[in-house]
Design a protein around this ligand. Structure first.
Ligand code: ADP
Length: 319
């Protein structure tokens, strides 16, 4: 192997730059050439590809987002589009590709691998919903951002005896919501892994009121229900002022924290080591504090993400 490509795809996440940097520096350290593909699979299709050197990744480790850019490009599901992408890679003489992204991006990498082009997937998303790893790059930074927001809401909510409903990202994964609820000392967590009963939420709020709680913080994962509507119904039921805060893209931005920078650096270096050993079609993860790699096809098809039931049970005892 002589030349490798790297791209970021799907939702951006803090730490992606640190991962790109690690891929580039590790490759150069081993006398490999590295090519950056700009704007994810879209740039791959459009041949937006450029050779990277050390300086291209200088001053990037501390920056949020991804300097390579990212894109949603549903056309990549078409085989003819992917064939063109592979042609572009071959034209540059690029032997293998590192894809940094979420589960959608993994699907793209899996498809390329199935077409005979070796890819390595690195988990980059704040949602923590990627198979084959306990933590994704960006998750921890986003968690601290959500926690900071909850702390701020707590200050103002308890001053006014207000109920705060906080909508948190995660798509179909409640990890970010549940961890933020535990760390933020929230009263209630609504997550996609558990059926949502509005009735039991309202009952819990009544109970909290009788316990003399000055405020209530309710964490809810996006896409479960209309959060603003839910806030109105809570207010009608409790008679207490209720505000919904949708954190939105605030959660995705900002400088990556130490955990994500270290994780991204390790994973980026590991992906290059795997390619040098001739491994393709793998995805990288961290499990039991060790770097691991799995067959990317098997990971997507057969490795459902485990739900942390213990943490959920603990949370319920602490409210
Ligand atoms: P994420 O990677 O953060 O989950 P998306 O789900 O938007 O984000 O996926 C990112 C990109 O990966 C998509 O825009 C598309 O280009 C590609 N992709 C997603 N699903 C597939 C698929 N089934 N086959 C091929 N490419 C896919």
């Amino acid at each position: 192997i002589r030349k490798i490509g790297v791209l970021t795809s799907g939702g951006d996440a803090p730490g992606m730059n640190a991962a790109i940097r690690a891929v580039v520096r590790t490759a150069l350290h081993n006398d490999l050439e590295v090519y950056g593909i700009f704007n994810g699979y879209l740039g791959l299709y459009e041949n937006n590809i450029r050779k990277l050197d050390r300086q291209d990744v200088s001053d990037r480790i501390n920056r949020g987002g991804t300097f390579l850019g990212s894109a949603r490009f549903p056309e990549f599901k078409e085989e003819s589009v992917r064939r063109q992408a592979i042609k572009n890679l071959e034209q540059h003489g690029i032997d293998a590709l590192v894809v940094i992204g979420g589960d959608g991006s993994y699907m793209g990498a899996k498809c390329l691998t199935e077409m005979g082009y070796p890819c390595i997937g690195l988990p980059g998303t704040i949602d923590n919903d990627v198979p084959g790893t306990e933590y994704t790059i960006g998750y921890n930074t986003a968690l601290n951002c959500v926690l900071d927001a909850i702390d701020r809401l707590r200050d103002t909510s308890s001053s006014h005896r207000r109920i705060s409903l906080v909508e948190i990202m995660g798509r179909h994964c409640g990890d970010l919501t549940l961890a933020a609820a535990v760390a933020g000392g929230a009263e209630y967590a609504i997550i996609p892994e558990k059926p949502f009963s509005e009735e039991s939420l309202l009952r819990a709020l009544d109970k909290g009121d009788s316990k003399g709680k000055k405020h209530a913080i309710i964490c809810i994962t996006e896409k479960i229900t209309d959060t603003h509507e839910l806030a109105r119904r809570i207010e009608a039921h409790t008679g207490q002022e209720t505000r919904a805060t949708v954190l939105g893209h605030i959660q995705r931005g900002g400088a990556p924290g130490a955990f994500d920078r270290v994780l991204a650096s390790q994973m980026g270096a590991f992906s290059v080591a795997l390619l040098m050993e001739g491994e393709g079609g793998r995805c990288v993860g961290i499990q039991n504090n060790r770097l691991v790699h799995h067959d990317i096809i098997e990971a997507i098809e057969k490795m459902p993400r485990p739900f942390n039931q213990d943490l959920f049970d603990t949370f319920k005892k602490l409210v």
